[in-house]
Ligand binder design. Structure first.
Ligand code: CA
Length: 243
C-alpha cells in the first residue's frame, strides 16, 4: 500500500452491499477495512488509524449511533452515516451525534465516493498549517491550532462544526445561504442537503452556548441562511457583573 493511500473503515452488516461497495472504493484507490457489526467497528477503530469512517446506522451488536459516539469520544475523524430511506429522524440523529455527512440507502457508489473525496480533501486542507487567529474576545478561534475557546474554555467541535464556524466568522456580517454553506463546509454542491447545515448549526450553537433566540454570534437569516456577528467591544463601564 502506498504511504498516501487513504484508509477507510466501512461498517455495514449486509455482506452483499459491503462487498460491492468496498470493491468500488478499492477500485477508486482507497484501502478499505469492512466489518459487519458495531462492536467489531469499535475494536477496529481502536486498533488502527483510519482517515475516514463509513457507518451504517442499523447494525447488530452495537448500533451505528453508539459506534459514532464511541469514535467521537476520542477522534474527529470524518464520519459518513448511512441510513435507510425514510429514516429522517435517524439521519438527523446521526448528525447530532457528530457525523459529518449522511447518505440515504440505496445510494450510488459514485455518490459515496464523491462524499468521501470531499471529506478527505477538507480534512487534509485543515491539517495544513495556517497562522490565523480570529479573536472576538469571549470567542477565540485558533485556526492553526484547530481550537475554539469560549470565555477561555476550550470546546470540542467536530470537523464540520469547526469549518462552519470559521467560514462564518471570517466574514462577520456576511450572510451565507444554506447552499453556500453546504458547498463550503461539506465540500460538494448537491442540492437538497441544506438540512444538514441546520443540524450542524444547531450543534454548534449548543456547544458555543449561543441561544438562537438571543444570539451572541450566530444569527439565522430567515429563509436564507446564517451569518456571524462580532459583538461590540464591551466598555469598561457596565458589563462587570458577569462573575
Ligand atoms: Ca444495516
Amino acid at each position: 500500500m502506498a504511504s498516501d493511500t487513504r484508509k477507510i473503515l466501512y461498517v455495514e452488516d449486509e455482506k452483499s452491499i459491503r462487498d460491492a461497495v468496498a470493491a468500488y472504493l478499492e477500485r477508486e484507490g482507497y484501502w478499505v477495512r469492512g466489518v459487519g457489526d458495531g462492536r467489531s467497528a469499535v475494536e477496529e477503530f481502536e486498533k488502527h488509524t483510519f482517515d475516514l469512517v463509513i457507518l451504517d446506522l442499523m447494525l447488530p451488536k452495537l448500533s451505528g449511533e453508539r459506534v459514532c459516539r464511541a469514535i467521537r469520544d476520542t477522534s474527529d475523524v470524518p464520519i459518513i452515516m448511512l441510513t435507510a430511506k425514510g429514516e429522517v429522524e435517524d439521519r438527523i440523529i446521526g448528525l447530532e451525534l457528530g457525523a459529518d455527512d449522511y447518505l440515504i440507502k440505496p445510494f450510488s457508489p459514485r455518490e459515496l465516493v464523491a462524499r468521501v473525496r470531499a471529506l478527505l480533501r477538507r480534512a487534509h486542507a485543515e491539517a495544513e498549517p495556517s497562522l490565523e487567529l480570529l479573536d472576538f474576545q469571549d470567542l477565540v478561534i485558533d485556526i492553526s491550532g484547530h481550537k475554539v475557546l469560549v470565555e477561555g474554555e476550550e470546546i470540542d467541535l467536530t470537523a464540520s462544526e469547526f469549518k462552519l464556524l470559521t467560514t462564518l466568522a471570517r466574514y462577520p456580517g456576511r450572510v451565507y445561504t444554506r447552499m453556500e454553506l453546504v458547498e463550503k463546509v461539506l465540500g460538494y454542491d448537491f442540492e437538497g442537503y441544506e438540512r444538514t447545515i441546520d443540524s450542524h448549526v444547531k450543534n454548534l450553537r449548543a456547544k458555543l452556548g449561543d441561544d438562537p433566540r438571543n444570539p451572541r454570534w450566530l444569527y439565522t437569516v430567515h429563509g436564507v441562511g446564517y451569518r456571524f456577528e462580532a459583538p461590540e467591544a464591551e466598555g469598561a463601564d457596565g458589563e462587570a457583573e458577569k462573575e
